[in-house]
Structure formats: C-alpha cells, structure tokens
Design a protein around this ligand. Structure first.
Ligand code: EPS
Length: 392
C-alpha cells in the first residue's frame, strides 16, 4: 500500500493517489468528506478555512460504492484558486511587467522558505512555500480516509484528542470515552478537559492580538488492533519506527512519543514494563493481557493487542503576523518576514492528520500481515490468524 500527493496550496487542486487497496472495500465520497471536514475544524484557524470546504472527487478506483483494486485517484479543488490564478498560472505571462506577482522574498524563520530557495535555485520563495504549506495534508487525509474504511471492516477505531496547547495541559481522563472522536470533535479545540479548553481559548485570543502563534500536543489512540502487526526482525519493519517517520513528516511536528515515551527514561524498569497475565477469551490477543499499557500498545516493533497510544508535538506556526527579523533574498538586506494571513494555531487539525498518518501505516501493516487482492481474501487470512492466536 502506498500513496502520493500533489498540489500547491493556492493552485487549482490537490491530488491524492492511493495504490494497493484491495477490492471490495465499501467507499463513498461522504466517508472522505467527513474526514476532510474534521481536519478543517479547530479554534485558532485563519480566514483560509472559511474559504475552503474540502470535497473529494474520485477519478478512478471506485465503482458503485466499492473499491475495485485499481489505484484510487482523488481530486480536491482549492476554492481560493480563483483569487490566485494570475499568481499561480502554469503558463508564462507574456509581456507582463510583473510575471511573478506577489513574490515572497522576505523569507520566514522556521519555514522552508530560505533553505528551499537556496536548494532549488529559486528567486521567489512562493515556489517553495506553496508546497511546504500544510494545505498538502488535505490530500493525506483523503488517502487515509480510505485506509480507515478498510480498518473499520476489522473493527479498528482511530481517535485523537488535544492534550496540550502553548503551555497549558489538558487533564487526560483515566478511561477515555467509548467514542473518542465524537467527544473530541464536539470541542472547538478537540480536548476532553473543558476547564483547560476555556484557558486555551483565552490564550489563543491573546496570542492572536500579539501577532504570535502557538504549538501543542495531540494523542492518537487506536483500539481493536490484533497482536502482531509490524515485526521485530528488521529495522524497517518495526512499527514504532514506521509510525515515528509518518508522524514526523507532518508539517511543524517536532516530537513523537509512544506510550510513556520520554517518561520511561526517568523511571526504573519495574515502573515501566507492563506485567502480563492470563485473561481467557480475548480474541485479539489470545488468552493474555497486559496489566497496564505503559508501552502504548507496542513491544519489539509489534502491536501487543492493547490500545496503540502515540503523542505528537507540533511547534508554533512559522508565519507570524508580528514578523520576526530576517533578510530579503532579492535585496540582500535585513527585513521583517513576510506575513499575509496565518492561523494562530492548527494543533486540533494536526491531531486529525496524525490519525490519518496512523491509519495509513496501520492499513499498510494490516495488508502485509493479512494481504489479499480482495476484502474477502483478507478477511479469511485475518480470521485464520485470530483462530490460531485464540488457541494459545
Ligand atoms: C498555511 C497557511 C494558511 C493556512 C494553510 C496552511 O493558508 P493561506 O496561506 O492560504 O492563508 O490556512 O492551511 C490550509 C490551507 C489547510 O487546508 O490546512 C501554510 O503556510 O502552511
């Protein structure tokens, strides 16, 4: 299973191609649109999210509400394109005295702007920032919505919630709600702690007035995974490593923790490892379970059958309305960084994107373990495996 995306933030559209999905997975555009809408939510977003209402058009790979096994190509149009056609036109603008309108030369600290123009030999950082923009994550969420549909056939549920924003922790309930996303999506910040949420909203308002931005942490939780996805045998098959790569590829993500994460290094072994006990009749793990889940559902690069828990940290957005000092690459002189409009924070959306990256990695691992060309073939492999595990 693999996917690729294309598209600039203010170009005509985003494109996503997902290849390797088995035939027979029930799939409607509404399934994808629901995830795209979740990604657009969150207090602290800027005006761009009022312009866009993301909607997928299937170009291939889906027929009569089912995948057919061929590559699934998807198109998501940018509504903002109509305001940027002259800037983003693919054709050269003959006779135009300003062929590259709205060139960005005051490169933003923390963004890809400066390194990108040096590396790609560009005079206009727009050639870099259009693709470095987190708008691209729309196309990831589209591909992953299909991965989620596949995983849902095996009762795998993926959710997330915001646990930290700009210095404010949200309390994490000992028992998470049965439907984590229903609870989190009801909150404008996707957090389960109403009192922390009120303080976070005040902080976002203050930060906006100051022309500044905020980062934070989301926790992704996946229930219903069978024991044994991933593998201990080779570095590149270890699921923790694959999840880490996927999460760190999200724009502005700077840290990933699995289970107790960094906290494990401060404790002794007795307070880190999860004791094992017999628990007859658990379909996903046979007759075993862990007394605790400090490992976050992964041991030796494989799922244990306990919930997968991954925390993902995002830095503050690098476009500041009160700009930082930088240089103008056209004039080679000091300048204030470019700023047109920006989100104050996009941490709630990042949680949805982290769910998406988890969905892709887990669907890939599912297909490696139970692979087949059709959902029926996969299900036979899955049922056969669970039967054997259940006998142990
Ligand atoms: C982004 C800047 C803003 C965000 C955008 C990511 O867009 P604009 O430059 O059009 O104001 O709204 O996020 C999205 C468009 C999105 O779909 O998430 C950036 O520079 O990364």
């Amino acid at each position: 299973l693999r996917f690729t995306t294309a598209g600039e933030s203010h170009g005509p559209a985003l494109v996503s191609v997902l290849e390797g999905m088995p035939a027979g997975v029930p799939l409607l555009a509404e399934h994808v649109d629901a995830e795209l809408a979740r990604r657009q939510q969150g207090y602290g977003r800027g005006r761009r999210m009022q312009i866009e209402k993301d909607h997928v058009e299937f170009l291939s790979g889906v027929r009569a509400g089912e995948t057919v096994g061929s590559p699934i190509a998807m198109l998501i149009r940018n509504n903002d394109w109509k305001n940027w056609q002259d800037v983003m036109d693919a054709a050269p603008r003959e006779g135009d005295p300003d062929p590259r309108r709205r060139a960005v030369t005051r490169v933003r600290p923390g963004h890809a702007d400066l390194t990108g123009v040096l590396k790609y030999d560009r005079a206009d950082a727009r050639d870099i920032l259009e693709r470095a923009s987190a708008r691209e994550t729309t196309a990831r969420v589209a591909a992953a919505a299909i991965c989620r549909r596949l995983l849902a056939e095996f009762d795998v549920r993926i959710g997330s919630h915001l646990v930290h924003l700009g210095g404010i922790d949200a309390a994490r309930p000992d028992t998470l709600p049965e439907d984590l996303n229903a609870a989190a999506d009801a909150s404008p910040l996707r957090t389960l702690d109403a009192s922390a949420e009120a303080r976070m909203i005040t902080l976002i308002d203050e930060t906006k007035r100051a022309g500044n931005t905020l980062g934070g942490i989301c926790e992704v939780v996946v229930d219903g995974l069978p024991v044994g996805l991933g593998s201990h045998v080779s570095w590149d098959r270890k699921l923790d490593g694959r999840l880490g790569q996927a999460m760190l590829s999200i724009p502005a993500v700077k840290g990933v923790e699995i289970g107790l994460g960094f906290e494990t290094s401060r404790r002794t072994g007795a307070d880190v490892h999860d004791e094992i006990e017999l628990a007859p009749g658990r379909p996903l793990t046979g007759h075993t379970r862990r007394r605790t889940n400090r490992a976050g559902g992964l041991e030796g690069g494989m799922t244990t059958g306990e919930p997968l828990v991954v925390r993902v940290a995002m830095k503050p957005i690098s476009t500041l309305m009160r700009p930082l000092e930088t240089i103008d690459v056209a004039k080679s002189e000091p300048a204030s960084a470019a700023a047109e409009r920006s989100d104050v924070t996009a941490v709630p959306a990042m949680g949805v994107i982290a769910e998406a990256m988890a969905a892709f990695v887990l669907a890939q691992a599912f297909l490696e373990k139970f692979g087949g060309d059709s959902l029926g073939e996969m299900r036979r492999n899955y049922d056969g495996y669970l039967t054997r595990v259940g006998e142990r």
